[in-house]
Write a protein that binds this ligand. Sequence first.
Ligand code: C5P
Length: 405
Amino acid sequence: MFVVVGVSGGIAAYKTVHLVRLLILAGHEVHVIPTQDSLRFVGTSTWESISRNAVTTSVHDDVARVRHVALGQAADLVIVAPATANTLARMAAGLADNLLGTTLLATAAPVVVAPAMHTEMWSHPATQQNMATLRGRGVHVVGPADGPLTGGDSGPGRMSEPEEIFEAALATVSGDADLAGLRVVVSTGGTREPIDPVRFLGNRSSGRQGVEVALAAARRGARVRLVAAHVGDGVLAEASRHPRVEVVRAGAAVELRDAVVDAAVDADVVVMVAAVADYRVLEASDEKLSKRGQEGLTLELVQNPDILAGLMQDRRPGQTIVGFAAETADTVDELVAKGRAKRRRKGVDLLAVNEVGWVKGFESADNALLILDDHDDVVAQAQGSKRDVADAVWDAVLAVRGPAQ
Ligand code: C5P
């Protein structure tokens, strides 16, 4: 997304550096337009290095490419943070005597402002009237927060935190924040059951589907705790950068269980995508096992706890629990039958049945699954990228829970 960030002259400009960073990390193209006065607080070099784009405040720069309107025309989203009383007044009046002013008049994109000023200035009827004008024009307002101000005083006027502005701003464009307000736990990856300090029993799960489930929820507004066992290289990169995703690492099944159970205490939805080993070594050796001339080696295995079963037992009211199952089947009917049997055994609200090596028509797809509800009805079939499939899981969750807010 092409995002323009206008910065006006307040000390809170330093917090906007972090906002720009969040936007960049989330993969957006960011162009910063500081007002002349704001450069006293944060200079051009900072904005250029953090946004990775040239920065100017003048309507007379790059005239050949009509810069005074080009940024506004290209923008998918405009954020003004901090928005001082002066800048808000200029916006309300439609003034166009600086680059931020012309850009704001030239844009059809959603505009989000994060006011920052002293309480008296915020409460002044002039400012309040300007805010009413701007709101009436569809401008989205984030904050201001109530808290300590730079003069040592305290009250409404403090700019909202960058994370909050980031979320509110993205929600205005996504139009799809249908999971906003939900707390979600997703497990992913394959557990590694230790044999000795250097060896383990593992599986080939890459963790990709679970990460997509977590990211899809975060993009749709949920707060996500992603409990990740072993995953492929780079698989966690995007999730680790997402401001609404907290990544927790877990190794063996028992650690994964502890992390998931801990996170589930206040979660609305738990989705278990992790490939949990059915067995662990009864007594992992503290010392590295050596051959010592032995012909064979016997490892005694014991069953791991069924995490889903435990979650179902202790679930809090209103919590939705979703399982994943990977099955082999020759026909869709066989797949559904296996899925139904597992759904009943697990007792979960939804079971996403993932065909490993599905029938024709699904071969080229990145993933394909069908979703069973607690009546064992097939409520969705999804195929496509793991990202698309992840969205289908959340659509099914919303269908059984009803709207998030
Ligand atoms: O029985 P199966 O391993 O196929 O079940 C898969 C589902 O159960 C997945 O959602 C997986 O995360 C979960 N599971 C679990 N605890 C286990 C084994 C699997 O929660 N010990």
